[in-house]
Design a binder for this molecule. Structure first.
Ligand code: URA
Length: 249
């Protein structure tokens, strides 16, 4: 025989699938099934313990209370993070997770942001439940560049690009110099900065190290993935596999 046998979709119990997607406890989702609220290919499922094949088209074939099933894991979201929301459950204030459907906060595996943007930073943010993908994007080993547009309080002086690209800049309180970063000057108080690390408040601290102050910060690119220009602040959608691959291209 030649060629590869098609890989069989993994199977999962219906009640576990729905509970892990945040539809309720195992008991609550069993009640939904009992009340004929879960359908597959147009027919009500009657057994909460039925084994369901996790095919890529499952969300198009299964409905829960008349709505398409939420996308099962692995799920990655591309969001235009608006100003004024935080990236962590632990920080005070409205979080990016609150911009997503409420039940997604109960998903298992949980969704996490891939790196963080400050409350006062807008732009391209990825949110995922795919651990290996998250690590690939943030790991310093992979050098995935992140590009920021910074608006500054004072005019640039001229030596910043050379200093940032030297790989010798030491931030306050740190013991390792920063990896080289690329600065493109767009105007007296505007610049694009591309960094490959994700240290705490890195961009703001880099400009602070040269006596300047960032008054506005926006991320428009992670690797080969750009924030779609038509996407409004606060908007989000599922990231496609091609877009995932584009990050590393
Ligand atoms: N650097 C910062 O200072 N803030 C961000 O949100 C991201 C990078």
């Amino acid at each position: 025989m030649t060629g590869k046998a098609p890989t069989k979709a993994p199977q999962v119990r219906l009640d576990r699938l729905l509970a892990n997607l945040g539809y309720g406890s195992r008991r609550e989702v069993a009640a939904l099934v009992m009340h004929r609220q879960v359908e597959l290919d147009g027919a009500a499922l009657r057994d909460a313990g039925a084994r369901i094949a996790l095919t890529p088209d499952l969300s198009a074939r299964m409905t829960v209370v008349g709505q398409p099933l939420d996308p099962p894991a692995p799920l990655t979201i591309l969001m235009h993070k608006p100003l004024g929301v935080v990236c962590s459950h632990r920080e005070a204030g409205r979080s990016v997770y609150e911009l997503l459907p409420r039940r997604w906060q109960a998903r298992m595996p949980a969704l996490s942001t891939i790196g963080r943007l400050d409350k006062d930073t807008s732009g391209l943010l990825l949110i995922t439940d795919d651990g290996p993908f998250l690590h690939r994007v943030i790991s310093p080993k992979h050098h995935v560049p992140k590009r920021y547009l910074a608006t500054l309080d004072r005019p640039l002086e001229g030596g910043e690009a050379a200093l940032f690209s030297a790989g010798t800049l030491m931030l306050d309180g740190e013991t390792m110099p920063l990896a080289p970063a690329e600065l493109e000057v767009l105007g007296p108080k505007e610049a694009r900065l591309t960094i490959t690390e994700g240290r705490y408040h890195q961009v703001r601290r880099m400009f602070a190290a040269v006596g300047n102050h960032v008054v506005a910060l926006h991320r428009d690119r992670i690797g080969g993935l750009a924030l779609p220009p038509e996407m409004e602040p606060g908007a989000w959608r599922q990231l496609s596999l091609d877009e995932q691959a584009a990050i590393f291209a």
